[in-house]
Design a protein around this ligand. Sequence first.
Ligand code: 5FU
Length: 260
Amino acid sequence: ASYSQKTYAQRGKEHTHPLVKELFATMERKQSNLSLAADVSTKAELLALADTAGPYICVLKTHIDVVADFDADLVQQLQALAAKHDFLIFEDRKFADIGNTVKLQYGGGIYRIADWAHITNCHVIPGEGIIQGLAEVGMPKGRGLLLLAEMSSVGMLATSAYTDKNVEMAIANDFVIGFIGSRRFTEERDLITMTPGVGLHASGDALGQQYRTPTKIITENGSDIIIVGRGIYGPGKDAATEAQRYREAGWTAYLNRLGL
Ligand code: 5FU
């Protein structure tokens, strides 16, 4: 059977990567395939949002470089919230340089991403060396990498042969745990898909973002995790209410996929 016909619990049991085992176990425990994209620009807002939505998510997705008052304490507090609410942290860094440079960017600098982000991601535009560079830093720490096999925005260029190359590289590299994209890409091994551009109502924004529903992404396309940002914390929204709504929608879409 396709991996998308198995439960998250079963896939967690069968998986060989400790981080993915942990992720699936968290999803099952919390009955959540929801990742919050917490794109807010101050430390206080980020911590408040992570604390509010924390009970309903399996993964907190950050863009740490948009936080104007970033400091090392922010990371410590995020880690404490991850422990308190039982979620993993995904820094959506989208590395895109040669292997040697991404090693420096991932392990060092101000952000020291590899020290606190369970998951990060990269474009494979430089070739496979980018995966090898990131793996040298992340594998000893038990981290995992997603490849950007597709994007959600209008006119994105990650299609056909480029997407296929992502899949080939993912299968061949143990550090890769899955993809950013809109669907399940392979049955070769259990590589997860996380999908941004998910909304229950809005169809897009003024800058090219496109939204599809949890039913489309999870039930029909076989993706594993929905990533939702402004649908949860946007203007006029109550983040706790919306996070619960999206958790419920994502989980129902998953149960429907299993025929439960
Ligand atoms: F790789 C991608 C992509 O293809 N589309 C995205 O939207 C990443 N994203 C991120 O998901 C983007 O950087 C935001 O952090 C988030 C979507 O936020 P929204 O508010 O739900 O549109």
